[in-house]
Design a binder for this molecule. Structure first.
Ligand code: NDP
Length: 703
C-alpha cells in the first residue's frame, strides 16, 4: 500500500489532536494538514490558519493542495455545510451533510425522529412561547430538563431543580435569546449512569466504537459546575454485553436506518449520549461528530487503519469491521484554574514532553520554545492499561510529571469503575433500631416494663446538646423509656455524683450515660467510676474496660462496637487479615484494636506521631482512623481493596463536616468505606440502644 495520501483535518481541539494522531498511524497517510490545529497538533500535522467554519477557505485550500480526503471534527463546521460544499466540488470528505447534521443541531428534529421510529428516549414537548413553556414546566414534577433547540456550545441544557430555576432558564433562552432566537425542548428527567456510544456510520452501515464515559463536573466527587468534560475512560463497569447490543441495534442502527428513510443518510460519526435508566437504555442526545473528550480515549484503541474507515464512509463503500485493542484507556484533562468560569492564559507548562503516554492538546500555544496555556481545557493525558486500575495508576503517575502553576485536574476519573462500596451507617443503624424496637415491645409484654435510659448533660456545649438530643430521640424511636437530665454549666461534681448515685439505686433505670466532655470543675474520671458497672451503657467504666481486655463478659463501648458491625457489613473475614488502627484514645482506638485482635486480625496501633504512617496504613486490609484531624489519611496511603472506617468528625475550611480520611481519594482504592457524616456516627447511637437493651436483660434475667 502506497503511503501517499494527503489529509486535511478540520478543527483544532483535543478531539482533532486524537484524530490527527490516529491518522498519523495510517500506513497510507503521507501528510496531514490541520485547519486551524493547535500547538500540540503541530508536532504531527502542518497547521494552516483557516477557520473551521470558513467553508470557502477550506475548499480553496483542499483544491490547491490536492487533498485526498478531508475529515471534519467540530459540529460548527458541519452545520455550516462544509460537507455539502466539498461534495458539490467533487472532493472526498468525512462528515455529515447539513441536513443530516440536524440530528445534533436541532433537538426537535432528533426528538421527532426518535418518536417516529420508536427509538427509546425521554418524553418531551417543545415550545417557542415563554408563558406556555413555563406553564407546562410548572405543571410537572421537578427537576425539569430544558434544552435550547440549537447549537449552544454545550451550554444550552439546564436541569432546573425548582420553579425559580426553570423560570430563569426559560427567560434567558426564550425572552433574552441568550443563544439566539429559538425553541426550547422540555424533557422528562431520567436517572441512571450516562455513557457515550460512538460509531462510524455510512447510510445503514454502522461500525461501533468502544463505549466510554466522560466526567462533566469540574471537581472531584462530581461536584462543581458543568464543563466540556474533565476526563474520560473506556471499559465501563455498569454496561453489560446485552446493554451494548441493545444500544447498537435499537438505537444506533435504528437511527442510521431512520435517517436513510428520511432522505438524509448519515456519513460520519454518530455519537449517542445514552443513559442506562431503570427502564432500559435511552437516548439523552445525539451528536453528529466525535465526542470530546471521549475521542481522546477511544481512538488510541483502534488497531485498524483509520484512513481506510474514513475513506470508505466518505465514498459509501463497505469496509471490514474495525478492530479495537482489548485494553482500557483513561484520560485526565488539565484545565486552567477558574475554568469553566473566567481564567488566565499564558502560564508556562513544563514536563509535557516527559509524559510516557499520549498528551492531546486542547488549548495551548507556543511562544518560542515555551509551551503556554491558551484555553480553559488545556490538555489531556491518556494512558492505557490491562484494566481500569492499571490505567488509573499509570495516568496519574504521568500527570504528575506536568508542572504548571495555573492548572488543575480531577483525581477521580473512572471513579464509577473504581469506587469502593459505601458502608451506609445510617441505613445499618436504622435497621438495628427497627429490630430493637420490635424486641422492646416484646420485652414490655413479657416483663411489664420497658428498658430505660437516663442521659445526663451538664452545661451548654452545643455539640453535646446535639448528641444528647439524638440519643434521646433514638431511645424514643426504639420505644424505651428515656430520661434527659440537664444540669447547669456551674453544677458541682458533688451534685452530679449524687444524681448518679440516685440513678444507680433506681430499679427502673437500666442505663446511665453522662455526656462528655464535662465542665472543668468536674473530674471526668470520678464521674465515670461512679456509674454502676452494670448500668454503664457507654462501656467506659474501669470495670467494663478491664473485663474487655481480659476477655470477660462486659459492656462493649458503643463506637468500637459500631465500627466492628460496619466492618462486618463490608463482608471481610477478619481472621488472618492485617488491621491498622490510627488513634489511641481509650474510647475508640484502643478498644477497637482489642476487638479486632479478638477476631483474629493482626493489629497495628498507630497514632499521629507514628513515623512513616503511610508504610503502616499501606499494609492495612482494614484501616480504622480515629484521630480527629482532617486528611490525616490520603488516598495514596490506602492499600487497594482495603476496608476503610473513618471515625473522625471535623469541620473543613468551609465549615462542612469531614472525617480524618480524604474520602474521594480513599474511595478510589478502598473496597468499602464509611462516609462522614453517615458512617460511624449513627452506629454509635444504635449501639447505645443495643447496650441499654442488653443491660435491661442482664438485670431482669440475671445469669
Ligand atoms: P481523642 O481526642 O480522645 O483521641 C485522639 C488522639 O488523642 C489520639 O489518637 C492520641 O493522639 C491522643 N490521645 C487521646 N487519648 C490518649 C491516651 N489515652 N493516650 C495517648 N494518646 C491519647 O479522640 P477520640 O478517639 O475520642 O476521637 C477521635 C475522633 O473520632 C474525633 O474526631 C472524634 O470527634 C471522633 N469520634 C467520633 C465518634 C462517632 O461516633 N463518630 C465517636 C467518638 C469519637 P496522638 O497519637 O496524637 O498522641
Amino acid at each position: 500500500m502506497a503511503k501517499d495520501k494527503k489529509v486535511l483535518v478540520v478543527g483544532g481541539g483535543g478531539r482533532c489532536h486524537a484524530i490527527v494522531d490516529a491518522l498519523s498511524r495510517s500506513p497510507q497517510v503521507a501528510k496531514i494538514f490541520c485547519a486551524p490545529g493547535n500547538a500540540g497538533i503541530a508536532a504531527q500535522a502542518e497547521c494552516v490558519p483557516v477557520k473551521d467554519t470558513d467553508v470557502q477557505g477550506l475548499l480553496k485550500f483542499a483544491q490547491e493542495q490536492g487533498i485526498d480526503l478531508t475529515v471534519v471534527g467540530p459540529e460548527a463546521a458541519l452545520s455550516v455545510g462544509v460537507v455539502d460544499a466539498f461534495r458539490a466540488a467533487g472532493l472526498k470528505i468525512f462528515g455529515h451533510t447539513q441536513a443530516a447534521t440536524r440530528i445534533e443541531s436541532s433537538k426537535e428534529f432528533a426528538k421527532i425522529l426518535m418518536d417516529k421510529y420508536a427509538i427509546p428516549t425521554a418524553g418531551y414537548r417543545s415550545f417557542d412561547n415563554f408563558d406556555e413553556a413555563l406553564a407546562y414546566v410548572n405543571a410537572r414534577p421537578f427537576p425539569a430538563v430544558l434544552k435550547y433547540d440549537g447549537l449552544a456550545a454545550g451550554k444550552g441544557v439546564v436541569i432546573a431543580a425548582d420553579a425559580a430555576e426553570a423560570e430563569a432558564a426559560l427567560r434567558s433562552m426564550l425572552l433574552d435569546e441568550a443563544f439566539g432566537k429559538g425553541r426550547v425542548v422540555v424533557e422528562d428527567f431520567l436517572t441512571g449512569p450516562e455513557f457515550s456510544f460512538m460509531a462510524f456510520v455510512d447510510g445503514e452501515r454502522v461500525y461501533p466504537m468502544p463505549l466510554s464515559q466522560d466526567h462533566k463536573r469540574a471537581f472531584d466527587g462530581d461536584k462543581g459546575p458543568n464543563t466540556g468534560g474533565m476526563g474520560a475512560y473506556t471499559g465501563l463497569p455498569f454496561i453489560t454485553k446485552e446493554d451494548e447490543s441493545f444500544a447498537l441495534e435499537q438505537i444506533l442502527k435504528a437511527t442510521a436506518k431512520a435517517m436513510v428513510s428520511e432522505g438524509c443518510p448519515l456519513s460520519g460519526v454518530l455519537y449517542g449520549g445514552l443513559m442506562k435508566t431503570p427502564d432500559g437504555i435511552k437516548v439523552i442526545e445525539f451528536n453528529a461528530r466525535f465526542g470530546d473528550p471521549e475521542t481522546e480515549v477511544v481512538l488510541p484503541l483502534l488497531e485498524s487503519d483509520i484512513y481506510d474507515i474514513f475513506e470508505a464512509v466518505a465514498t459509501g463503500r463497505p469496509v471490514a469491521e474495525p478492530k479495537w485493542r482489548k485494553a482500557v484507556t483513561l484520560g485526565v484533562v488539565l484545565a486552567s484554574k477558574g475554568y469553566p468560569g473566567s481564567y488566565e492564559k499564558g502560564a508556562e507548562i513544563l514536563g509535557a514532553d516527559q509524559v510516557d503516554g499520549r498528551v492531546y492538546h486542547m488549548g495551548t500555544k507556543r511562544d518560542g520554545d515555551r509551551l503556554l496555556t491558551a484555553g480553559g481545557r488545556v490538555m489531556m493525558v491518556v494512558a492505557e492499561g490491562k484494566d481500569t486500575r492499571a490505567a488509573w495508576e499509570k495516568v496519574y503517575a504521568e500527570v504528575a510529571k506536568i508542572r504548571c502553576d495555573n492548572l488543575f485536574f480531577r483525581r477521580d476519573i473512572a471513579h464509577w469503575a473504581l469506587d469502593g462500596k459505601v458502608l451506609d451507617g445510617k441505613a445499618l443503624s436504622n435497621s438495628i433500631k427497627d429490630s430493637l424496637r420490635e424486641q422492646v415491645s416484646k420485652l414490655e409484654v413479657k416483663y411489664g416494663r420497658k428498658p430505660s435510659l437516663a442521659v445526663i448533660i451538664v452545661g451548654n456545649n452545643p455539640a453535646s446538646q446535639v448528641y444528647v438530643r439524638n440519643k434521646v430521640k433514638s431511645a424514643i424511636y426504639v420505644g424505651m423509656n428515656s430520661r434527659l437530665i440537664t444540669m447547669a454549666e456551674d453544677a458541682t461534681e458533688e451534685a452530679l455524683l449524687k444524681m448518679i448515685d440516685d440513678l444507680n439505686r433506681d430499679p427502673e433505670v437500666d442505663g446511665i450515660l453522662v455526656q462528655l466532655p464535662l465542665p472543668k470543675q468536674i473530674n471526668e474520671e470520678r464521674v465515670i467510676d461512679a456509674i454502676a458497672k452494670e448500668k454503664d451503657v457507654d462501656g467506659f467504666h474501669p470495670g467494663n474496660v478491664s473485663d474487655l481486655w481480659l476477655g470477660r463478659p462486659c459492656t462493649v463501648p458503643c463506637t468500637p462496637k459500631g465500627i466492628l458491625r460496619l466492618i462486618d457489613e463490608s463482608g471481610i473475614d477478619l481472621a488472618g487479615k492485617t488491621a491498622v488502627v490510627v488513634g489511641r484514645s481509650n474510647i475508640v482506638g484502643k478498644p477497637v484494636a482489642k476487638l479486632l485482635l479478638d477476631r483474629n486480625a493482626t493489629v497495628i496501633i498507630a497514632h499521629s506521631r507514628t513515623k512513616d504512617l503511610k508504610a503502616m496504613t499501606l499494609q492495612a486490609d482494614v484501616l480504622v482512623v480515629a484521630v480527629g484531624r482532617p486528611n490525616m489519611v490520603t488516598g495514596d496511603m490506602i492499600k487497594p481493596g482495603a476496608v476503610v472506617i473513618d471515625v473522625g468528625i471535623n469541620r473543613d475550611a468551609d465549615g462542612k463536616l469531614c472525617g480524618d480520611v480524604d474520602y474521594v481519594g480513599a474511595r478510589l482504592r478502598a473496597s468499602a468505606i464509611t462516609p462522614v457524616p453517615g458512617g460511624v456516627g449513627p452506629m454509635t447511637i444504635a449501639m447505645l440502644m443495643e447496650n441499654t437493651v442488653e443491660s435491661f436483660l442482664a438485670r431482669v434475667e440475671p445469669r
